[in-house]
Design a protein around this ligand. Structure first.
Ligand code: GLA
Length: 772
């Protein structure tokens, strides 16, 4: 981080020149183009992002795609939100920001002025972005505008305390294709004594005043993640959070707020945001005394205490925010596209996800060379592309109470190491993946016997075990080195294409007794930074390796780790009916392209429900298809059905993993009839998945009205699985499928169908099936 004076120096030549300074012209652009990193363009362009400062009115404006975001400096030098929503005309000007008035003798203006980033001090009662304690006991912090810069596609707005050399630099950039704004804050201590940060958010998003807002968020627990919660935004505060050290199943760091009066799933103003952080986090949604809605997110302030020595700074995680005029459906699609094109490893062109076989539900800890080879042979027969050995291959891992931490191959189970199995898997035309849980240790392990001090703990206090395991303190340099070495060695010595990186408990007793008191609470930040840095270093050293983030299912899914992992394990609940609800919630925030979904055995261990093999496949084909069944028990008919469905998935995989998702039928938590449509980005394919819980009273399955087709193009209709209603034309226009709609022959209990519409190229004769 540069010093305050170098910050000013860098940009002083660009400031205060003309009342309307647009970065598309003049010297600055030439310099920036020369540096090759400057993507700031004039607001006139509807395709690229632009960042623009109106010096006369002291207004910053970001535009991209269909979005405009505007921030102003008011006469008190506070930085406040002026607008966030649908793109405005480039000629639209904003007057200088005006601070709100307070309310009677009880609320100072600081509580009603929608500031972009506000510290606790000067009579603030709403959720602060920052709270500090100075070495002399002062806890009052009042931030005012100091300076700004625009360079390399980023706006930085620097704030400074009214008296002390405490700086906060707000960073803003906007994605050219989705208009999603990325915000974070860098907090800098330039005083001569230590400063403790007790709360540090990335950003506050302010919505226009209103009393018709509805909040959606995601909540659940193990094996029941991703429930969509819906509630009105009323006076007071709703806190979404994890205090668990990691992201958690219970809340996910995502929110969406729409305007109840003008919204349905495909229409209306919808604002949304997601935190890019895999540690304890908080998002507070608050209606202030003037009914303005503020959403503040960052590190969870609970038990937080990060000491900044003089000259040190802390960069918060990023908080992404977006807006859609097309309801929650449009909001999800923007996030999906942003994740695939910007965040996933390999973005903007991440690899399509292969079809995985995973041994966990088949063998649990009873893995051995012969058994795994048998499974691999069957997996290859049905078209699987990657064979993954789950838990149980290492140390004394015969049950969940031993072995975690000892990452050497178990010689009883694999007498010649993993090589014979990996060679066989390769011969069968698949690549090989392995389960690891690197941040954990069983007390019954060589690692723990050698290093009992390596776990999170408070001296002399009990160490609570969950699943017989403790959490290694990854913030420690020696633990980080051990974990990196173990994984690096596995990748160096074996041809491993994929790690399933698991994490099966949350923190307890989060102490770090071996460092000075003032550093102990930085475990909340340093642990996660080391987690990211290991992932980053491993990927750099082994560029072909791919990684799945798993935490007893979907307990570690967030935009922070998505930069380092290729997919998520969505839930340990693999019941294909339950999965409809789980997957529905997941896709509110995360792309189907990263949502791993296995077909497992029936009846399921979860609910003892029996479901047909076709139903199970259709449920899983809506994400990253995998297989987790005990294939040794499948008969020839099952194997043939699986091979058929996997071949069909391969023909539609690009559409599911890259296309746009429309939720055509089904409530937030997926009841009787559920229909999802995936539309390819190039418009060539549209895939429809339809599910019926139970027919009642002889009603037919509801008619399906497709979306996003070209009304004048012609589309062939083809059955992936299930039946169309009799009389369905083999070909019709986009208008027909959208206006007249599509009828299915779906009756009974737990029935499903998959339909493919293919756009017929203009002038082409009817083509043969693409599903063979
Ligand atoms: C977690 C994962 C499962 C499996 C087990 C192995 O529960 O979510 O998929 O890997 O651990 O112990």
């Amino acid at each position: 981080m540069q010093t305050a004076s170098s910050f000013r120096q860098r940009y002083s030549s660009a400031q205060g020149k003309s009342p309307q300074r647009c970065l598309c012209g003049g010297m600055l652009l030439i310099v920036a183009l020369f540096l090759g990193a400057f993507r700031v363009q004039a607001a006139q362009s509807q395709t690229l992002e632009s960042i623009h400062y109106d010096a006369a009115n002291r207004v910053f404006r970001l535009d991209a795609a269909d979005i405009t975001y505007v921030v102003g400096i008011n006469q008190q030098d506070q930085v406040q939100t002026l607008y966030w929503g649908k793109r405005l005309a480039s000629t639209d000007r904003f007057p200088q920001a005006v601070a709100e008035k307070g309310i009677a003798s009880f609320d100072l203006p600081v509580n009603t002025t929608p500031q972009e980033y506000v510290a606790w001090g000067g009579g603030l009662y709403v959720e602060p972005d920052l709270k500090v304690t100075c070495a002399d006991g002062n806890r009052d912090l009042v931030l005012r505008y100091d300076s700004y810069s625009i360079a390399a596609g980023e706006l930085q707005v620097r704030l400074r305390d009214i008296a002390r050399e405490i700086y906060v630099t707000l960073h803003y950039s906007i994605d050219a294709h989705t208009g999603i704004v990325r915000r974070l804050a860098v907090i800098e201590n330039r005083t001569t004594s230590a400063l403790v940060l007790e709360q540090a958010a990335a950003a506050t998003w302010n919505l226009p005043a209103g009393s018709n807002y509805r909040l959606r968020y995601l909540a659940g627990r193990w094996a029941a993640e991703w429930g969509v919660q819906v509630q009105p935004v009323l006076a007071g505060k709703t806190v979404l959070e994890s205090r668990r050290g990691t992201t958690g199943h219970q809340n996910n760091p995502w929110f969406a707020i729409d305007n109840m009066r003008n919204s349905d799933s495909e229409h209306g103003d919808t604002w949304f945001g997601a935190l890019a952080w895999s540690g304890s986090w908080q998002i507070a949604v608050e209606q202030d005394p003037l009914r303005q809605v503020r959403v503040t997110g960052g590190y969870n302030p609970f038990d937080f205490g990060y000491t900044l020595q003089p000259g040190q700074s802390l960069e918060t995680p990023a908080f992404y925010g977006g807006y859609s005029a097309s309801g929650i459906g449009g909001a999800s699609r923007l996030l999906h596209r942003f994740e695939v094109d910007n965040l996933m490893p390999g973005a903007p062109q991440p690899k399509l996800r292969p079809i995985v076989y995973n041994s966990w539900e088949a063998t649990e800890f009873a893995v051995d060379e012969a058994g795994q080879i048998k499974l691999a042979e069957r997996a290859a027969r049905i078209g699987v592309e990657r064979f993954v050995v789950d838990d149980g291959w290492f140390g004394q891992r015969n049950r969940d109470s031993a072995g975690l931490g000892d990452w050497s191959v178990n010689k009883q189970k694999f007498p010649h190491g993993l090589k014979p199995l990996i060679d066989r898997v390769h011969q069968l035309g698949m690549d090989f993946g392995l389960w690891v849980e690197p941040e954990m240790v069983n007390p019954d392990s060589d690692l723990y016997r050698a290093h009992p001090d390596w776990v999170l703990n408070f001296s002399g206090r009990p160490r609570s075990e969950l699943r017989h395991q403790l959490v290694l303190n990854l913030a420690r340099a020696d633990v980080r080195a051990y974990v990196f070495r173990a994984l690096d060695q596995l990748l160096t010595e074996n041809q491993i294409a994929f790690f399933k990186w698991d994490y099966n408990r949350n923190w307890s007793e989060p102490g770090w007794p071996s460092v000075p008191l003032d550093q102990q609470k930085s475990v909340y930040v340093d642990f996660i930074r080391n987690y990211y840095s290991i992932l980053d270093e491993l990927r750099k050293k082994h560029p072909d390796v791919e990684i799945e983030s798993c935490s007893g299912g979907g307990g570690r899914v967030d935009l922070g780790v998505l930069r380092y992992v290729d997919e998520f394990w969505t839930s340990d609940n693999t019941d294909a009916f339950d999965r409809l609800k789980i997957q529905n919630g997941f896709t509110y925030a995360y792309a189907p392209a990263v949502m791993a979904a296995w077909v497992t055995d029936s009846p399921t261990w979860v609910n003892h429900r029996s479901l047909s093999i076709d139903y199970r496949f259709l449920s899983s084909m809506q994400g990253v298809l995998g297989v987790g069944a005990d294939l040794r028990k499948w008969d020839e008919a099952d194997l043939a059905a699986a091979a058929r469905m996997i071949a069909k998935y391969k023909a539609i995989r690009t559409t599911v993993q890259r296309g746009d998702l429309y939720r055509l039928l089904g409530d937030e938590n997926a009841p009787g009839a559920i229909v999802n449509e995936f539309s390819a980005r190039d418009g060539s394919q549209t895939v429809v998945f339809a599910f019926l819980h139970s027919s009642q009273e002889q009603y037919p399955y509801p008619r399906i009205y497709l979306q996003a087709l070209d009304p004048v193009a012609i589309y062939d209709v083809e059955v992936i699985d299930g039946s169309l209603a009799s009389g369905t034309p083999a070909q019709a226009s986009g208008s027909y499928w959208m206006q007249r709609g599509l009828d299915l022959q779906l009756q009974g209990d737990f029935q499903a169908a998959g339909i493919l519409l293919r756009r017929v190229p203009a002038g082409a004769s009817p083509s043969s099936s693409s599903l063979q």
